[in-house]
Ligand binder design. Structure first.
Ligand code: 13P
Length: 324
């Protein structure tokens, strides 16, 4: 009726072509979290977990960083790179977990537990990081807590990660926060048991944001980058992956001889999926949305992030993380 048929593949190729040209012309780099859409992961220069992406952001000499992830990740990159332009293609890509702690609530907890040190998960806003003592990611949370002199730790905001850290560092008293990841919470013990029955030869590995009943079945509890390393060196050939579905694409690309299953199709983070090729191009063309942090907050939040990066260096942490 319209004289031509819309060609999806040609449209995609055109977008990729334009993105590559603009990236070169503007000395930009595209970094993507492991949960991003396949089409976005394919055009990224770097991918990884929260720790690897923070470290990549520090090392790059690009003038523009297009951050394909969620808001707190781009904000961390902006804090660590005050002289670079950090773009978040979709401003609405947030993290409900990060929104579960505010500066006021944290101050109340600090007043109640005087003498305790505050460890904030990287999934927090800049002002909460500025109010904390040291940051951590799922790759290094155990190492970070072990490195502290203080016995009492306020751990914000993920309760499950905090609980997991407590199990690994029994000599500390971890004060847990009532925060959770909506995506990981959708994975039930029932789903895991059913998947294990469906794929009896497969090993179940899980992200520490999952519920404890789920983690109890895991052969390994790992960050997303930790999962890549684990799978690569494992003698097993089949894996049930207890984290967001986006990770399956590159796990399969990097390990073509192995098989990967998700225990439920509901392990999907809608925020992570907001970024598409079209929005990446739009961001590069218009240089939006620039992530800016108030300089005073940025300076204090930077110390919190840098303290974490120092702990990783001291313990010779590798860029891709090797799990907690
Ligand atoms: P990783 O650091 O393991 O990639 O986790 C990031 C995250 O936001 C999980 O919900």
């Amino acid at each position: 009726m319209f004289g031509h048929k819309f060609n999806d593949e040609a449209y995609r190729r055109d977008l990729v072509d334009k993105i590559q040209k603009l990236k070169k012309a503007k000395n930009a780099v595209i970094i993507a979290h492991n949960y991003q859409r396949e089409e976005v992961q394919k055009i990224a220069d770097y991918h990884g977990d929260s720790l690897a992406l923070a470290q990549t952001a520090v090392r790059t000499d690009a003038s523009i960083i297009v951050f394909c992830g969620v808001h707190f990740m781009a904000e961390s990159a902006a804090i660590l790179n005050p002289n670079k332009k950090v773009l978040l293609p979709v401003l609405e890509a947030g993290c409900p977990l990060a929104d579960m702690v505010t500066v006021d609530k944290l101050r109340e907890a600090k007043a109640k537990h005087k003498g305790a040190v505050t460890v904030c998960y990287v999934n927090t806003s800049a002002d909460v990081k500025a109010e904390s003592d040291i940051c951590c990611t799922s790759s290094n949370a155990v190492r970070v807590v072990r490195s502290l002199r203080e016995k009492e730790v306020i751990f914000i905001p993920d309760k499950n990660l905090g609980r997991y850290v407590q199990s690994q560092v029994p000599d500390k008293k971890i004060i847990l926060w009532e925060g959770f990841c909506q995506t990981h919470l959708r994975l039930s013990e029932h789903d895991v048991k059913a998947a294990m029955a469906r794929y009896p030869g497969a090993e179940f590995i899980a992200h520490p944001e999952c519920d404890p009943e789920v983690l109890a079945h895991a052969a390994a509890i790992l960050s997303t980058a930790g999962m890549f390393k684990h799978v690569k060196k494992s003698s097993k050939n089949e894996f049930i992956i207890g984290t967001e579905l986006g990770i399956l694409y590159r796990l399969q690309v990097e390990n073509p001889e192995k098989k990967f299953y998700s225990p439920t199709p509901h392990l999907l983070c809608a925020h992570m999926k907001l970024t598409t090729l079209g929005w990446v191009l739009h961001a590069l063309e218009n240089e939006i949305h620039v992530i800016k942090v108030d300089p005073d907050i940025a300076e204090r939040a930077k110390k919190t992030l840098e303290r974490m990066l120092e702990v990783c260096q001291e313990t010779k942490e590798q860029v891709l993380g090797d799990g907690t």
